[in-house]
Design a binder for this molecule. Sequence first.
Ligand SMILES: [Zn+2]
Length: 323
Amino acid sequence: MEKACRICQNKKDNRKHVFREKYFGTNDEFDYIECSVCGTLHIKETSKELGKYYRGTYCPHSNQLTARESMVTKLSKWLAEKGELTSDICHTILNPFISVDLGLEAFFRLSPSPFPAMRILDVGCGNGTYVKRLRISGFGNAFGIDPFLPEYLLQDADHAFQRSEISQMDDNQHYDIIIFNHSFEHLALPQNALHHAKRLLADNGQIIMRIPLAGSQAWSIFGKEWVQLDAPRHLFLHSIKGINLIANRAGLKIRKIRYDSSGFQFWGSRLYCQGKSLISGAQHRSIIRFMMQLPARQFDELRALYYNRRGLGDQVCLYLAAQ
Ligand SMILES: [Zn+2]
């Protein structure tokens, strides 16, 4: 195998894999390389037709607030307007309600400055859900960038969004928190992205990166049916070793690693093992079948917790800072 790893440049003993597109169920094939040194899995050639694999319904994160989230975000905004949105409030009131799916817990724990004033940049913000949720929760300096930003977000009254790559951002604004919330694995030039994130980071700033993880237990169990492979959209399945390497090169270091995988790694991969797409699995879910699956889903979540505690989960939240 001659193809070099794009992270550590190793050429020896790398394995070739062929993964299929399964989210929409097109079953189109894509070649991937697994590095024998750093463990990174990456696509061999980025598809020239990548855009067609991001059509309308590819949206892993829901745009809708649940009633509970809506209530908590209103409370949060009210507290922010009164100047009462403190670290303690975030931890005790907001964190248990909205941290899990929004990933907010990460910067509730890290913030060195008062929360409402914090400058936050969400890189690869997609449809802007996360930034909007931050803003309605009182974080008025949250911004989002995405090279494929939808047109309607450019008209946003708060000017919170830019259609941009991180490399195109100029230096006149620095950020206390830069977030890659399941976007880093979609980037063709991860080393370059980290270099620019470091450039845009304020003093004592933090980078929060949530990514699926190569070499996880789910990968060992399900192999090419592992739901988070997500070929061809996930250009990289990074490893901790690989991220360490490119972070060092960018003048950054990993400060903390938190495994945050969920039952999705099991039930999503089971759907793929059954030859179903993720879309069809959701569409065909009747209420009766859903109720019957509930115990299995609960078991999946418990199993994910067990995996996370032992460092076996299939995704992590990494906290990076300047060296
Ligand atoms: Zn490598």
